[in-house]
Design a protein around this ligand. Sequence first.
Ligand code: IYT
Ligand code: CU
Ligand code: CU
Length: 401
Amino acid sequence: MAQLLYGVVCTAVLAVLTSAKPTGSEEMAVELRMPEVQPKLHDTYLCVPMQAGKKASYITGFLPHANSSTAHHMLIYGCAVPFKTDQIWNCGEMASKNSDVEQGPVCTEGAKILYAWAMDATSLHLPKDVAFKVGGNSEINWVVLQVHYKDVHLFLPPYNQKDHSGVTMLVTETPKPKRAGVYLLATDGEVAPNAVTYMEAACSYEQPMTIHPFAYRTHAHDHGEVVSGYRVRNGQWTELGRKSPKLPEMFYNVTHAGITILPGDILAARCTMVNHENRTVAIGSTVKDEMCNFYLMYWVDGEDIMDENYCVSPGPPSWYWSDVHAIHAENVPADASVVPGTTEVIKATGAKVVVENDLDQVKDEFIQLLENFRDRVEAGGNPEPEPRDEEPENFNYYHYP
Ligand code: IYT
Ligand code: CU
Ligand code: CU
């Protein structure tokens, strides 16, 4: 590890990532922290932006500074365009509206998660020679820190403390030979009342370069029991990662170190949702809604990361893995719906109907669906459930643009 130049720190809201000039190949410690904030409500989400330079820089690691009794999670996002560039804002998925700062999404364009801290997470050092490229021509023009404050009593009288939780990023301007990326598998759809539902997503990978996944992160809301991700090669399923989303939602090492994704492979993810409630729970952006997310952090040799950042399926009740012939759903590992450390298979209840559809029509609908998903999530609102056709549809997996 190159020598760190401590003392070159930027805590101001308007800080520029590379404003601390590196000399030669040295790695800098760049701090992105809350500017002494006093959130007043539990479950406040605050965001602070930092501009990446005109010249590209390379992030090789993240060191968290947060106290788990105050902060529930911290995320570092890369944005093409953040919601605000000159001040903090309220960027809650489960946003409490009555706050003294403006409310909006993290990014208004091009969001990517680069780092996640929760509870007992430690620092993340990317593998040797691997870095996230930001600034320059990277499409990440801003880096945004999000902090979820779960307990704010220290910021209220009589304590009146201020918070500057955040992350130190290890940054260099020396290009790294391997570039990191994050790919998200997610679903739309809904969870039936009083039932166990599998929310499943799958996409084929067709680009020429080899993908080297090294970490994964799961995310769901209250109904998620286990989220699992797989590589399917010639009908053979290999686990990428499997976790209870109730555990700290940080990046964990993939199940098999050194696993690769080659053109022709399929990436697949499943969230096993248990709903004891008497209501249908749809995918959406508030705490009352659900989410089904499997993030895959990977590196590639050279500059070209994956073209796609998302794989979003329509989800239940209209789409399941078994709708994709090439996925060989009969080979799904028996423990795909087993919470690690337990032995019980959480079986899905309910039946599904499969209807054959015209593939082109299905593609158009799929693209539309992805756009709606993005719009809805980026708008940050509590969406109306998507109107559904009378007949569930059979989607084939494929790359969406
Ligand atoms: C509806 C849904 O699943 N939202 C997720 C995934 C998502 C992440 C990003 C959607 C979009 C994004 O730009 I980055 I559009 C979601 O919001 N997940 C939360 C974070 O807010 C990212 C999570 O903790 O994973
Ligand atoms: Cu949180
Ligand atoms: Cu969520």
